[in-house]
Design a protein. Structure first.
Lengths: 441, 431, 168
């Protein structure tokens, strides 16, 4: 792809024009895309209403597998969310300059996928309208929630993550909304004027802004570690073979970043082609994201190996059986899909040539998305369907209702992302400019 | 510059004498301990925990250099070479490993009795064969990485070198293709090797953690533990690197003033961030075991954090009861030194830049890791029940301190010797 | 009072202009810039932002509230779960940590709103123009009417592409 080596844009004003051009009136393909995603979301909503009407019997869930596709997908989307925070916060603290062209898109993806993820525990409730029972509010029954339950930790972790990632996203957007306000002339300028809240780029504003971005990064970095750790403890604090294992927290976090970066690549490559952002999303970005994929893929591979080894080493028949079942039981296809997609497929990325080959990167990223979804599927299904007592073994396969909702959740994230593309600058203008002046200096 | 590099330098006398004395002290303590019937097991135990600390630390130092390369860090300057000079100890730690082999009868229960269900894994011949191979591999990889990294510098120095150095550098830089080409080659090849170094460290030291620490309490399992141990090697070497940099900051051996406030700030940030990550790993392991309360897992923690670890309420009276149990105080001290102090003290910007504060925290962190290795090994071999029955344990006995000092002496002799054999290994100018 | 606006093209030139102006005793300055710049911040030398206090207060409040809430609620409706004590510090650390981050983050943004938007020292932004979010840097000086000439001179020497009096 020759386009990948285009030079940096010449002037800061061109940066505004290039990036804000994305906000111009949409093409027909774009409208069709939005409508298509919207239609899929409508299918998902219908499937959910169907489930509410008929009850949980319409899903594949039954004893002993009471956590199924919904929880799998919940963990999957929480994981996807992690890439945005990694790129915005952790790489910000490490002063990695390459992050600034991809961070806005990644942050948006974080917000949308964490919102989507938060829906899934609700979908998984038999009486979804009673979801507020999980919150510690004073009530006439005089009882409180159980703070020793991992599910409650989830509420706080996911809740905090949602709020903080939205705040982070908005704070980063304010200066760019100011730039959009000064340029866009259609109805949206009123929206931007309100949202910019009087941003003028005074030194006082920048000072407060830079300081709060720094602090939010400092807070979001441990937060991102904690969120997927808490999700992992939903499983690890139990005594279910295959779930109860100490490496889960960092293993889940690495897996989350792995899948999240893959999703960022999956989304940004088409955006780059469609809107001519080749000068901003360059080789260096995909090269570095490829390296992050390699690191996290190695950690995930290490964890797979360590889990299998420890199961064998433990000399515990239940652990051994659980892991044998994983590789060679009913769900062997899921397990091997996961291993191949997450460990084998990324291997060519050890070569730089493959990391800057965008077509290849895009295909690999799709495989990783699939592989990481299967990882959660494997962890949940294989352990629940074969616990201690052979008389209580079972098999689970998702029903059409669940599959529909899974597809709808992908469409929902894409739908939100497409709307976002037209509403707000997809690349952080002020950061690209800052870098421009630093390099010119 | 090349003349300056080739100048034969002798070891700086006073530090070399001190470290040689410490090494000698260590040797005396070791032999006196081993040869006496009643202290032989204790001596090997102490040797094992010191070896675990310094072997992982030395290889961790090579990993630090590799990490600089992999992340294109760009801020480190001479610090990278200082880390590499520390990494030279991997060769010596490989030789010292054989002492553990000699002491296997005193250390490992499974040498005498097969462990139920783990007969295959802990078959003594197989265990030592795989550990030796792993160490051969990781030592080779680390040394080869150092070879690549040093090559361009030595190529510049070999013209002016004399005597044995001339032949050594000639051998080292065989097939020299000119400075430009070599630098570029070292850069590219070095980055590939850096990835191999990091992966090898993670895998080989995980294996060491399983075979030399987990095997001391063979019923205990934790998937986190090997990674936790390998990470400790990395973090402890960053702390020690900080100490060495602070000690050398006015030395004529290195570019004077190389340790700018910004670099101190960066080193401080590394200790700060990585100690948080260390605590995170520790916590993730502790917490899962605490919550699930499975006897085969809790035993390991109870031996270190006390019998009340499940009733973890931390009110004052309970706290006093807890620290009355063997080992608990030391474990808490490890937390304090490796995480609590670095976190709270290095939170701000100014303490990270102040040499005295940064240095104190780094020294505390290294001491904390020494204690941590002690606390990983000892309670498995001398369980609290034996301590309560009167077995003497203390990390501050003459054997413990003697062998600890011996390792410090050897490590820094190796560090100084590295700078003597390879002038320019600690660069006087540039990076 | 008069307001003089100088338009510059780069952060370094802007920082230079600020230094010159401050050297000449003009402290009532405002800089509009399209992106943050350390140079300009150094030249203005107005000290660290007060936002950092908000983060600290938020974090400490959050973690304290979280532990108090959990411990109080656990004793208000006592249930033995998993053989653990009512107030299980390790289990409560998780929500303690999350609320530490939540309150810290929310208060940080509150600090940004207060110090960046609501309680700003300057109210009159008649000098602002849309190009300041593009590639122009604006340097506005408040001065007495008889100093306008001096300010114009300094700004001109500092390399301003354009200098004009916004209000006299």
């Amino acid at each position: 792809m020759a386009a990948a080596t285009e030079p940096l844009p010449a002037s800061p004003d061109a940066i505004n024009d290039d990036i804000l051009r994305v906000l111009e009136p949409p093409s027909k393909t774009y409208v069709l895309g939005v409508l298509f995603c919207g239609a899929l979301v409508a299918c998902g909503v219908s499937a959910f209403l169907y489930q509410v009407y008929w009850g949980f019997g319409v899903t594949g869930l039954n004893h002993p597998v009471m956590w199924g596709l919904y929880i799998t997908t919940f963990v999957f989307w929480v994981g996807i969310a992690h890439a945005g925070t990694l790129i915005s916060a952790i790489l910000f603290l490490f002063r990695a300059k390459w992050r600034n062209a991809v961070n806005r898109g990644a942050e948006a993806l974080t917000v949308f996928s964490v919102l989507t993820a938060a829906l899934f525990p609700l979908l998984h409730l038999g009486r979804a309208w009673k979801f507020y029972f999980i919150l510690p509010y004073p009530n006439q029954r005089g009882l409180w929630v159980n703070f020793k339950s991992p599910l409650l930790w989830d509420v706080f972790a996911i809740g905090t993550y949602t709020i903080i990632s939205i705040l982070f996203f908005i704070v980063g957007l304010i200066p760019d909304i100011g730039a959009a306000r000064d340029r866009v002339r259609d109805w949206r300028r009123h929206l931007y004027r309100v949202l910019a809240m009087g941003w003028r780029g005074t030194s006082e504003q920048w000072r407060a802004h830079s300081r709060s971005v720094l602090h939010l990064s400092g807070l979001a970095t441990p937060l991102v570690l904690s969120v997927h750790s808490v999700v992992s403890w939903d499983f690890a604090t139990s005594v279910v073979p295959g779930w109860h294992t100490t490496i889960f927290a960092p293993y889940f976090v690495a897996g989350a970043i792995f899948s999240g970066i893959a999703m960022v690549i999956t989304i940004l490559i088409p955006v780059r082609q469609a809107f001519g952002l080749q000068a901003y999303l360059r080789d260096v970005h995909f090269d570095n994201m490829g390296k992050l994929i390699l690191i996290t893929s190695s950690i995930v591979g290490y964890a797979y190996g360590m889990e299998y080894f420890m199961a064998w080493y433990s000399a515990n028949p239940y652990e051994q059986m659980s892991f044998w079942y994983r590789g060679f039981g009913h769900y062997w296809w899921a397990t091997w899909t996961m291993i191949i997609c997450n460990v084998i497929v990324p291997l060519p990325l050890w070569f730089k040539r493959m990391r800057v080959n965008l077509a290849f990167m895009w295909i690999v990223s799709i495989f990783i998305n699939i592989g990481m979804w299967f990882e959660r599927f494997v962890i949940i299904m294989t352990s629940l369907s074969h616990e201690y007592d052979p008389a209580a073994w079972g098999y689970y396969f998702p029903s059409w209702v669940e599959w529909t909702i899974l597809v709808a959740s992908v469409a929902f994230v894409l739908f939100l992302f497409l709307i976002f593309l037209r509403m707000f600058p997809v690349i952080a203008i002020q950061e690209v400019k800052e870098l421009h002046y630093e390099e010119a200096h | 510059m090349s003349n300056d590099l080739a100048e034969p330098r002798s070891l700086p006398r006073v530090p070399a004498a001190i470290f040689a004395a410490l090494a000698a002290l260590g040797a005396i303590a070791f032999f006196a301990g081993v040869l006496a019937e009643d202290t032989s097991a204790r001596t090997y135990r102490v040797f094992l925990h010191n070896w675990l600390m310094w072997a992982a630390l030395a290889n961790g130092a090579v990993c630090v250099s590799a990490a600089f390369r992999l992340t294109n860090a760009g801020w480190q300057g001479p610090i990278q070479r200082i880390a590499e000079s520390m990494g030279g100890f991997v060769a010596i730690s490989f030789l010292l490993y054989w002492v553990i082999y000699l002491g296997r009868h005193e250390l490992f229960e499974w040498v005498h009795h097969p462990v139920a269900g783990k007969e295959f894994w802990f078959e003594p011949g197989f265990t030592f064969l795989r550990d030796s191979l792993a160490l051969v591999w990781v030592t080779f990889v680390s040394l080869f990485y150092l070879y690549i990294s040093l090559r361009p510098t030595l190529g510049a120095a070999r013209e002016a070198a004399t005597g044995w150095r001339k032949s050594l550098y000639g051998f080292w830089t065989a097939g020299w293709r000119g400075e430009e080409v070599e630098r570029d080659f070292a850069e590219r090849r070095g980055r590939k090797m850096a990835a191999v170094v990091a992966l090898s460290h993670a895998i080989c030291y995980s294996l060491i953690a399983i075979d030399f620490i987990m095997s001391l309490a063979p019923e205990w399992i934790s998937t986190m533990f090997p990674a936790y141990f390998a990470w400790g090697g990395f973090l402890s070497s960053i702390s020690l690197l900080t100490i060495v940099c602070l000690a050398l900051r006015n030395s004529p051996e290195v570019v004077p003033g190389f340790l700018t406030a910004n670099r101190r700030h960066d080193l401080g940030k590394l200790i700060f961030a990585f100690s948080i990550f260390w605590m995170y790993l520790f916590w993730s392991q502790y917490f899962v075991i605490w919550y699930a309360n499975i006897p085969e897992e809790t035993g390991f923690i109870v031996a270190r954090l006390g019998t009340q670890f499940l009733q973890d309420t931390w009110y004052m009276g309970g706290f006093m009861q807890r620290i009355a149990e063997p080992y608990v105080t030391w474990t808490l001290l490890v937390w304090l030194l490796v995480w609590v102090l670095p976190f709270w003290v290095l939170l701000g910007q100014r303490p990270k830049k102040t040499p005295a504060i940064l240095g104190t925290i780094a020294v505390g962190s290294v001491l904390g890791f020494w204690l941590e290795r002690y606390i990983l090994v000892t309670p498995s071999l001398v369980p609290p029940s034996e301590v309560l029955a009167g077995a003497a344990i203390t990390p501050l006995g003459w054997i413990e301190l003697g062998i600890g000092a011996g390792f410090v002496g050897l490590f820094f002799l190796s560090f100084l010797g590295f700078g003597r054999v390879f002038p320019g290994a600690i660069p006087r100018a540039g990076g | 009072m008069a307001q003089v606006l100088g338009i510059l093209r780069t952060p370094s030139a802007t920082a230079g202009a600020v230094r010159e102006l401050r050297g000449a005793g003009f402290e009532k300055l405002e800089v509009y810039s399209p992106c943050p710049s350390h140079e300009i911040e150094h030249a203005l030398d107005r000290g660290p932002s007060r936002v950092r206090i908000y983060t600290l207060v938020g974090c400490l409040t959050g973690v304290t509230l979280a532990y108090l809430m959990q411990i109080w609620m656990a004793y208000d409706w006592p249930l033995v779960i998993g053989g653990k004590p009512f107030a299980s510090i390790p289990a409560y650390t998780i929500i303690g940590f999350e609320m530490n981050i939540l309150f810290g983050g929310v208060l940080t943004v509150a600090g940004l709103l207060i110090h960046g938007f609501f309680l700003t020292s300057r109210r009159d932004h008649s000098a602002y123009q849309p190009s300041f979010s593009g590639d122009d840097f604006g340097c506005v000086v408040d001065c007495h009417d008889d100093q306008v000439g001096r300010v114009r001179e300094i700004l001109g020497e500092a390399g301003c592409a354009e200098v004009r009096v916004v209000s006299a």
